[in-house]
Design a protein around this ligand. Structure first.
Ligand code: SF4
Length: 234
């Protein structure tokens, strides 16, 4: 894999060919940064943050994406993404799948030759997501307050390049996650990511729990927060 900027493979990015009307999405922000999490951590990445989320996780750090935003044509989104010259694109939110046309955006980004990832809450159906997309699917632990929203059937749609992510706010969350990994043989399906909630679990403590239990999971730190803290635009 190369770190060079993308040369979009699909001419439709620059084509003036008209698209069907109505291919619009509500967008909170599009920005270029370093991927802070998951398998693509460290890569320069364009983030497309869609507006809206039906969940309210207690530790959510993107509450500003719940409302507002701006309607953008998918052609315009693709043009802005191309302007950043990155190879990786992450579609995130909010909950991006709460807008049905997100599926179109994902397909068109893949067609254009990007490495595309999708960050999703795990509460909405992922079965129609383009198989080229690397899905990062949350499983909400009890302290999130949204445990009941977990859509377990999503596990049937995981591919080897996908990831299941647990965000953990304490020892009880960790023990639930550990049991869930074992009960569903998650590590045999895809990568499993454990991430501490900032200020609730010390990363070192989580690391020690994982090592003690010899869990086949990958500890995640939010690299972008180490680099830029809570500064917007990253
Ligand atoms: S699913 Fe994501 S965006 Fe929605 S409330 Fe939970 S953490 Fe926030």
């Amino acid at each position: 894999m190369s770190a060079e900027a993308a040369t979009p493979a699909n001419p439709e990015l620059t084509s003036a060919a008209p698209r069907p009307a109505g291919e619009r999405l509500r967008i909170t922000e599009i920005f270029h940064s370093i991927q802070g999490e998951a398998d693509a951590v460290g890569w320069p990445t364009v983030f497309v943050r869609l507006t809206g989320c039906p969940l309210r996780c207690t530790w959510c750090d993107t509450t500003y994406s719940f409302h507002g935003g701006e309607w953008r044509d998918i052609d315009a989104i693709l043009a802005e993404v191309a302007g950043h010259g990155a190879r990786h694109v992450c579609v995130t939110g909010g909950e991006p799948l709460s807008q049905k046309r997100c599926l179109i955006l994902l397909r068109r980004l893949c067609d254009a030759g990007y490495e595309v990832s999708l960050e999703t809450s795990g509460a909405l159906d992922v079965s129609a997501v383009d198989p080229r997309v690397r899905k990062v699917v949350d499983l909400k632990a009890p302290d999130s307050g949204e445990f009941k929203r977990n859509r377990w059937s999503n596990l049937d749609h995981l591919r080897a390049h996908d990831q299941v992510k647990f965000v953990l706010a304490g020892r009880a969350d960790y023990e639930w996650a550990r049991q869930t990994v074992l009960d569903h043989a998650l590590a045999a399906r895809c990568q499993v990511l454990f991430s501490p909630v900032h200020g609730k679990v010390a990363p070192r403590e989580l690391a020690e729990w994982i090592l003690q239990d010899r869990l086949p999971v990958r500890l995640q730190m939010q690299l972008h927060k180490l680099l830029w803290g809570e500064e917007p635009g990253h």
